[in-house]
Design a protein around this ligand. Structure first.
Ligand code: ACO
Length: 409
């Protein structure tokens, strides 16, 4: 089969979108699809043509992501990847990944990001699962939230998401540099949390927004929807689904969680994407009745290894030689001396003996500081070649706040 990879032309968008939906097996809501179309830079998107039509799709957003230390790094956000069921397992994805990563390198990007439909797809291309996301189902009939002094001074105001969006965006923007993995809003992306098409609500009502104000300043917000549940054994049985909750201080944060767990007629609160170190876990009265769990979130691929490793800060001083194997992006293969601390780092090629040996995927996994190199070594994925190097590097790579991607793309 001959595959012809072409940059997506505007006139091919309809077919591109149709093929994408077919590969995923379902049609997107038209309003939502129109939003993604507006977000997508066509010049960074690839259509794979074969047998007279599009058989593969892959896009890339322009992002800026926070890395440990607070720097915002230009990153490619890989998206809309699909291959038609009729053409699968014949190398179309591999060809698109090849083209994309060469293109990212030519453009001087240091990292590529994605969220995976299936975890088994992208490791072979050097993407490692770098962040996790916490989900929970809180029995709000039994669980309460302890609030610190001052929470009663937090004024809560219910508005529509559209009415609250400017205030929410201002809070969000202040939080982006504080946690690795967060993405600065790109132009127009404030539309994302407002997207709430009735066809995608699954029986829940329209999304609501509660603003939390202290002395007239918005210091936090939560957006959620409610599924009216009637009664169960005569007891009100509604469900609250939390989309997002953010605050600039712990008092406001606790006040918002107290509000969310005390909504009348609701028996439970569900959410699917919070950081795994979310402080809410410390203030619920009964953690076993919260059914917390986690899954993989953002996948990271180092495109320009030395630039990526030099762009982040390190929690503890580190000076190690990494021997890296990168079959898919061989320009990263070889020995690199990484020296850095909390103020910055350098990473240069070296012929010195290696201290640690690992693959590109493992570096992607560890890059944002959410997974210790020691844990990866425990799985046989990192080899220590100089005694002490693993402990040194592992401590240095870790982030004190767990990295987290707040939304899909
Ligand atoms: C960032 C995102 O957009 S995530 C969304 C990804 N898209 C989807 O999940 C939609 C449904 N699935 C698909 O469209 C396709 O099956 C894809 C894109 C996942 C794979 O495309 P293909 O063209 O079949 O992949 P390709 O032939 O290049 O396979 C390369 C290798 O990956 C393996 N592979 C591909 N897909 C999968 C999978 N879903 N699970 C496990 N292994 C896989 C292949 O077996 C092959 O392995 P090999 O090199 O050892 O032989």
């Amino acid at each position: 089969m001959k595959i012809d990879l072409r940059v997506l032309a505007a006139e091919d968008w309809e077919e591109f979108a149709l093929r994408l939906e077919r590969a995923f097996g379902d049609a997107e809501d038209p309003e939502e699809m129109a939003m993604w179309r507006d977000f997508l830079p066509f010049e960074r998107s690839i259509a794979a043509w074969a047998d007279g039509g599009i058989v593969g799709t892959a896009g890339a957003f322009d992002f800026r992501m926070t890395v440990p230390g607070g720097t915002l790094l230009d990153a490619a956000g890989v998206t809309m990847v699909s291959v038609q069921p009729t053409h699968r397992r014949r190398g179309v994805l591999t060809a698109m990944m090849r083209r994309q990563l060469d293109d990212f390198r030519d453009r001087g990007l240091t990292v590529a990001l994605l969220t995976a439909s299936e975890p088994s797809i992208y490791g072979r291309f050097g993407y490692g699962a770098a962040t996790r996301q916490l989900h929970g189902l809180i029995d709000t009939t039994r669980v309460s939230v302890a609030v610190p002094p001052g929470a009663d001074a937090v004024r809560l105001r219910l508005v529509t998401p559209a009415e609250g969006v400017a205030a929410c965006e201002a809070v969000y923007a202040r939080l982006v540099p504080t946690r690795p993995g967060m993405l600065a809003r790109q132009p127009q992306w404030e539309r994302l949390p407002l997207m709430d098409p009735p066809s995608a609500r699954g029986g829940f009502g329209a999304r609501l927004c509660v603003l939390a104000e202290v002395d007239g300043e918005v210091r936090g917000y939560a957006r959620y929807s409610v599924k009216a549940g009637g009664t169960r054994l005569g007891v009100p049985d509604s469900t609250v689904k939390l989309r997002d909750v953010e605050a600039l201080d712990p008092v406001t944060y606790a006040a918002l969680w107290r509000y969310l767990t005390e909504i009348d007629l609701a028996a439970r609160l569900t959410f699917h994407n919070r950081p795994v170190d979310d402080p809410v876990q410390q203030i619920v009265s009964d953690i076993r009745r919260c059914d917390f769990g986690w899954r993989d979130g953002l996948y990271v691929r180092l495109v320009d290894l030395p630039a990526a490793l030099a762009a982040r800060a390190y929690t503890a001083p580190v000076d190690v030689v990494l021997d890296v194997e990168d079959a898919f992006c061989p320009w990263n293969t070889g020995r690199w001396r990484l020296a850095g601390d909390a103020t910055g780092a350098s990473c240069v090629r070296t012929s010195d003996p290696a201290d640690l040996a690992l693959g590109a995927r493992e570096l992607g996994t560890a890059y944002l500081g959410g997974h210790g190199l020691r844990a990866l070594a425990g799985a046989g994925l990192v080899a220590e070649l100089r005694p002490g190097a693993l402990a040194e590097a592992s401590a240095a790579f870790r982030s004190d706040l767990d990295p987290w991607l707040p939304h899909g793309f």
